[in-house]
Write a protein that binds this ligand. Sequence first.
Ligand code: PLP
Length: 373
Amino acid sequence: MTIPFLSFDVMHGPIKKALREAFNEVLDSNSFIMGKQVELFESSYAAFNKVSECVGVSNGLDAIQLSLEVLGVGKGDEVIVPSNTYIATLLAVSFVGAKPVLVEPDINTYNIDVTKIESAISDLTRAIIPVHLYGRACEMDAIMRISEKHNLFVIEDNAQAHGAVTGEGQTGSFGHMNATSFYPGKNLGALGDAGAVTTNHEQYAAKARVLRNYGSQKKYYNEVIGHNMRLDELQAALLNVKLKELPRWTFQRKEIAGWYNEFLRPVEELVLPVSTSLDAHVYHLYVIRTSLRDDLQAWLHNAGIGTLIHYPVPPHLQKAYKNLGFQKGDFPIAEEIANTCLSLPLWPGMVKKDVEQVAKSIQAFFISVKKTV
Ligand SMILES: Cc1ncc(COP(=O)(O)O)c(C=O)c1O
């Protein structure tokens, strides 16, 4: 690919030495599980996320499941999730024995439509999981008002929006428990699997610490039936290096999104991300929409430009969820997004010339389409 979807080389280049030093430090320490790197990362990420508590865990899926377990959500309960999220949001609900109840997103923001949440609430509803999709913060003030009115828990899925700001606070700080992923391609990514829960409730964090570690506080003494959902010391050490870069990387992501907006605004056939306050979107992904998505993706591929689709099949149409009994047409907005969305190349350090080349190739595609009509 001339322009890949994501270039780790460019992102990691300037910090490779520091990453290697972090690796060596862990190697030389002979401490590989729950050591000082995990402790340092938890306090640093809590400070970054403006919460009192951060508990490092194994990955984002486990972070959501652990959050649900800490809040006592389980068998027979219903949990409201957006109909266009990544499958992990639903899987976590299923793993605790609860039922995911799908609510359509807003077609402009791609985040859960807050005006549709209340009609999905039943006597069995225990929690709402808003997902800050593509890096755009959900309307958390409105969601928290709904949760208070109906006495529901909120668990933010903040896998894609590290550092986004909405209303009075930062994503990952509003909910009773909040889950995030440090999958390598995320805005803050480990060099392997990693995740965390964040909260301002000390008692929930304490429960999460026990549950992530075999239900144990004291080695070989088990208080509850727990998991092994620990964050590796090595990943924590690498994350400690990368967290320092996150503000700079977020600034660059926003700048790149601005360039795409500038170059693509003249292309009438495209739906671009709707504008928002500068802090509310951290552009994990720059997602455009067109009914000619598949042809455009093939065109860009032939031009050496990497793109991805987030996500091609909405959860209700996944084979894994056929037990929910849904059919095509049941969630038309989620389906419309799945059929038309395309994520363009974006990584911190991507230069304006590359953004312009992607935009020019997109323009050339639509010119060629007009010629053939
Ligand atoms: C919205 C969302 N939720 C949850 C996850 C799950 O995270 P992980 O891959 O670390 O399990 C991801 C990313 O993969 C995600 O994008």
